[in-house]
Design a protein around this ligand. Structure first.
Ligand code: ADP
Ligand code: MG
Length: 324
């Protein structure tokens, strides 16, 4: 039987990567980790907790789960335009299963290495499966992409595509049955989202965007947070929303519903002045993340959904709320 300390040593302690030595003065093993942000930069800090049965299904693949719980945290840094520094991992486990820990830690570290983001500490305890990561990033003062910074006249942009994660969930829950080829396209969007860190950093460092957030609970609900914080409204073109490749093969009604109010997309929604259109398209190309213009910020409060011809659409578009 693995002890708590064997487990931490075997699965969550690694030699420090050469590219992290400047930032991580002290990693796993002491009472605190010591981080050294670049002088003059601000820290960006975020936590996300994933609970079995609530954020992922019981029996979820351990490798995918390791990837996803870090991906959703990196996505928060991306949405602020911050560069990753490191993260902590608080883990509750029903039992110490070597096969599960091996898969989980491999999924976690594969994504961590892809973003040069080191695991610097955490906590490990017995309990119902629950994974909480706190991530630290840095950005130059005044460059953060805040939710309260949208302005009337801004374009609204979306990175990547929307809706395939929700489509995969519908398939997993038996709400519909996807052909095998579409299931293979959609499932990775639900289980292994790609945080848009490079794009977010370019938008912030180049001062290309005003406001941004990452879409986790569905575009309409999440965009509502920008509108409320910025005290503005928006028009969204439902037929301009970029559907994922599997969702693109579904009916128009389902495309509209899952792109506008899906969930688990982990794409960026950002607002930017029209003069930056070309620079934003170039940042998308350079970061390997397609970007699509889908609407406009207006002074009049509220979210107005229109079709491709500008005719108003009425849809039930509430975002996900854990306590509703
Ligand atoms: P403390 O007694 O101070 O709470 P712990 O015994 O919980 O410390 O942890 C020992 C060391 O291992 C600490 O440096 C802590 O940050 C690290 N640690 C514990 N759990 C994890 C984990 N799941 N991932 C990474 N580091 C961890
Ligand atoms: Mg502890």
């Amino acid at each position: 039987m693995l002890s708590e300390f064997d487990l931490i040593k075997r699965y969550f302690t690694r030699r420090q990567r050469a590219d992290a030595t400047g930032r991580t003065v002290l990693g796993v093993g002491d009472d605190c980790a010591l981080l050294a942000p670049t002088p003059g930069m601000q820290l960006a800090v975020s936590s996300d907790m994933l609970v079995e049965g609530r954020h992922f299904l019981a029996g979820a693949d351990a490798f995918d789960l390791g990837h996803k719980c870090l991906a959703v945290n990196l996505s928060d840094l991306a949405a602020m335009g911050a560069a990753p520094l490191g993260f902590t991992l608080a883990l509750a486990l029903p039992s110490a299963e070597p096969a599960w820990l091996d898969g989980f830690s491999r999924g976690l570290f594969a994504l961590a290495d892809a973003h040069g983001c080191e695991l610097v500490g955490g906590d490990t305890t017995k309990g119902p499966l629950n994974v909480c990561i706190t991530i630290f990033g840095e950005l130059a003062p005044g460059t953060a992409l805040r939710r309260d910074a949208a302005r009337a006249g801004d374009d609204i942009w979306i990175s990547g595509t929307l809706g395939d994660a929700r489509l995969a969930l519908a398939d997993a829950l038996g709400e519909l049955v996807l052909p095998e080829a579409d299931r293979l396209l959609a499932a990775p969007r639900l289980h292994a989202p790609s945080p848009r860190v490079a794009l977010g950093r370019m938008l912030a460092e180049g001062r290309l965007a005003h406001a941004a957030l990452d879409i986790s609970d569905g575009l309409a609900g999440d965009l509502g947070h920008i509108l409320a914080a910025s005290q503005v409204g928006a028009v969204l073109d439902a037929d301009a929303l970029p559907a994922g490749p599997a969702l693109a093969r579904q009916s128009q009604a389902l495309r509209r519903r899952f792109t506008a109010a899906g969930g688990d997309d982990y794409e960026l929604c950002f607002t930017a002045p029209a003069r930056n259109r070309e620079a934003i398209l170039a940042a998308g190309a350079q970061s390997g993340t397609p970007v699509t213009r889908v609407g406009r910020i207006e002074g009049e409060p509220g979210l107005r959904l229109v079709d491709g011809n500008g005719a108003p659409l009425s849809m039930e578009l509430r975002g996900w709320d854990h306590f509703a």
